[in-house]
Design a binder for this molecule. Structure first.
Ligand code: BGC
Length: 437
């Protein structure tokens, strides 16, 4: 198989998960730096993480060795704005140097503005539950876009609103660990307004013609019988109207991509007259995808025996067909070009006695996911890139450092990096543009 010309083959990370250096270079703590030890597995924290803040040149060299065409990373808001009203030039310069290094290596930078590490000072105002966040975020976004947009073209405003808002403000499992179930409509609207204004700002001030998107934690139900049209229609309907289909896909995507309000469970409404203000004309949408909704604990298929299925080390079922159905159903409903901005597998990787990391499960899943992506592309769906999650093992939020998602193995004690077998498999795929999958 051959992928489209100029396909963006890359890998992704997020600042809080890799950078460390949490009080260096003028940075202040984020809500994740301040997470209570009991909320993170093994009492770990992200203060040092992979030390990317110091190792970044070496890491870009590894990306080059893997022949990546793109690298998706996020900017740390508290590194750029450590306190209210203050832009930290040193923080901005860090990202500016990183962008230069990437371009020198022939790698397209894909910048995410918000991947969950809200500054603690913004949280003190109420975070996503207080409308003042919009102005704070726009100030931050302006500083970043002014500094980088002469070289950066791809902008992802937010990463997975469903996760940082529902996990952080409803389930209480992600920072800032709140359980305000009834506040969902309120913080959804504050977020959607902030997002829409950020998109307008980028379009207004970017120096290089911008391509703007947002990364959704999107998914789909795989039809019970993939060749039966009635079964396909049933899966399509559930993908937007059942369980995760409603709360992960439609709740976020209908207002933002169609300007259409959503109501759910009789208590949640996110639209009203203002919903038109939330609609964004994106150049692409980012899709982060890991597991089919069929296997989800919330609203998934009944009677699934997970023990009989392939799972990653977090217990997520690996069924690569779900990438095809996710891309297909989401494109057919929203009609916006797609970039896969995350997809991958967590394993408990360990170097063997020769120092090699033989992550065969990941290698096989990577190929399986790409075969399914190709299936969607062959049907004419515009897919512009694939960013594997993740470039390197990193801080997996409340799960700490145990689950390893990287193409690069990180020894957290020494900071040493080792390319896993999957990195070489991926390099081979990239260098032939997918021909030898
Ligand atoms: C997030 C990443 C995370 C990955 C694996 C996504 O929800 O954007 O930050 O590490 O999934 O859990």
């Amino acid at each position: 198989m051959k992928f489209p010309e100029n396909f963006l083959w890359g890998a992704a990370t997020a600042a809080a998960q890799i950078e460390g250096g949490y009080l260096e270079g003028g940075r202040s703590p984020s809500i994740w730096d301040n997470a209570p030890a009991k909320k993170i597995k093994n009492g770990e924290n992200c203060h040092v993480a992979c030390g990317f803040y110091h190792h970044w040149r070496e890491d870009v060299a590894l990306m080059k060795e893997m022949e990546l065409k793109s690298y998706r990373f996020s900017i740390s808001w508290p590194r750029v704005m450590p306190k209210e009203g203050k832009v930290n030039e040193e923080g901005l310069q860090f990202y500016s140097d990183l962008v230069d290094e990437l371009l020198k290596a022939g790698i397209e930078p894909l910048v995410t503005l918000y991947h969950w590490d809200m500054p603690a000072w913004v949280d003190a105002y109420g975070g996503w539950e207080d409308g003042r966040i919009t102005a704070f975020f726009l100030d931050y976004a302006k500083a970043v876009v002014e500094k980088l947009s002469d070289r950066v073209q791809y902008w992802i405003t937010f990463n997975e609103p469903s996760c940082f808002l529902m996990n952080g403000y409803m389930q209480g499992v992600h920072a800032p660990f709140k359980r305000h179930y009834l506040a969902l409509p309120k913080f959804t609207k504050i977020f959607m307004k902030t997002n829409a204004e950020t998109v307008k700002l980028i379009r207004k001030i970017a120096k290089k013609q911008p391509k703007v998107g947002l990364s959704f934690a999107a998914g789909a139900f795989i039809p019970k019988n993939e060749s039966d049209p009635a079964s396909v229609e049933e899966a399509r309907k559930k993908t937007f109207y059942k369980g995760m289909g409603t709360m992960n896909n439609r709740w976020w995507m209908d207002p933002i991509l169609l300007g259409a309000p959503v109501s759910a469970y009789g208590v949640y409404r996110n639209g009203g007259k203002r919903v038109k203000e939330f609609k964004c004309d994106f150049d692409f949408i980012g899709i982060n995808h890991y597991e089919a909704f069929n296997y989800s604990f919330f609203g998934g298929d009944k009677g699934v025996d997970r023990s009989k299925l392939r799972q990653n080390s977090l217990g997520w079922v690996i069924d690569e067909r779900s990438l095809y159905w996710t891309v297909k159903f989401n494109y057919e409903r929203y009609r916006v070009p797609i970039m896969i901005t995350e997809n991958g597998v967590a394993l408990e990787d360990k170097p063997n006695k020769n120092g090699k990391v033989e992550d065969d499960v990941r290698c096989r899943a990577l190929e399986g996911f790409l075969i399914n992506l190709d299936r969607a592309i062959k049907e004419g769906i515009p897919v512009i890139g694939y960013q594997h999650w993740s470039l390197m093992d990193n801080f997996e939020w409340a799960e700490g450092y145990e689950p390893r998602f990287g193409l690069i193995y990180v020894d957290y004690k020494t900071g040493k990096r080792t390319l896993k077998k999957s990195a070489y498999v991926y390099k081979d795929i990239i260098s032939t543009n997918g021909e030898n999958i």
